[in-house]
Design a protein around this ligand. Structure first.
Ligand code: IMP
Ligand code: MG
Length: 179
């Protein structure tokens, strides 16, 4: 359906429609609002992949929240996660004493998330939870706890709704498999 709006040389196959995303994100917002501990909540989005998901998610969380962002870039070969990431934009706000929800686009091997959790944990937040729009459980190398997951997806490369392939396709309003 939406696939017809974008003409590319690559084949895009819709995996999760815009409507299904909206419905799931609304439910996640409610779940997060109900399950996160009481008190100041800072939602930290990992740039750039999480920017669209985060924008929709924070509007669905019925809580008083602060938004911040962590800009990261993976070292080395872009197709194989080393889990070592370079911080390109640090948080603006101190998270010490705050309840923090880290928002990722996708957890694949788990290496990136584990690394980011170590970085934030060192800053002594009051609590630290994680939310990922997508998870590829079959690909895990390490298993950092993901408290809130939008969808589990098979081991296929997906794009759209913030996720890219060499910086393209982030703007798609749906998630597609890139064939
Ligand atoms: P991990 O360290 O292997 O868990 O990799 C996590 C990061 O790899 C994500 O934040 C994405 O940037 C990227 N990634 C993993 N799988 C995909 C995919 O299917 N599409 C787009 N990016 C992906
Ligand atoms: Mg990413």
């Amino acid at each position: 359906m939406h696939d017809e709006g974008l003409v590319t040389a690559e084949k895009l196959r819709t995996l999760i429609s815009a409507e299904a995303l909206a419905e799931r994100v609304a439910a996640l917002g409610q779940e997060i609002g109900a399950k996160m501990p009481e008190g100041d909540l800072t939602v930290v989005g990992v740039l750039r992949g999480a920017f669209i998901f985060m924008a929709d998610l924070v509007r669905a969380i019925p809580r008083d929240i602060r938004c911040d962002f962590l800009g990261v870039r993976s070292y080395g070969d872009a197709t194989e996660s080393s889990g070592v990431v370079e911080i390109t934009n640090d948080l603006l706000l101190p998270v010490e004493g705050q309840h923090v929800l880290l928002v990722e686009d996708i957890v694949d091997t788990g290496l990136t998330l584990r690394y980011l959790l170590d970085i934030i944990e060192a800053r002594r937040p009051r609590s630290l939870h994680t939310c990922a729009l997508l998870s590829k459980p079959s690909r895990r190398v390490v298993a950092p706890r993901v408290d809130f997951v939008g969808f589990e997806v098979p081991d296929q490369f997906v794009v759209g709704y913030g996720l890219d392939a060499a910086q393209r396709f982030r703007h798609l309003p749906y998630i597609a498999v890139l064939d």
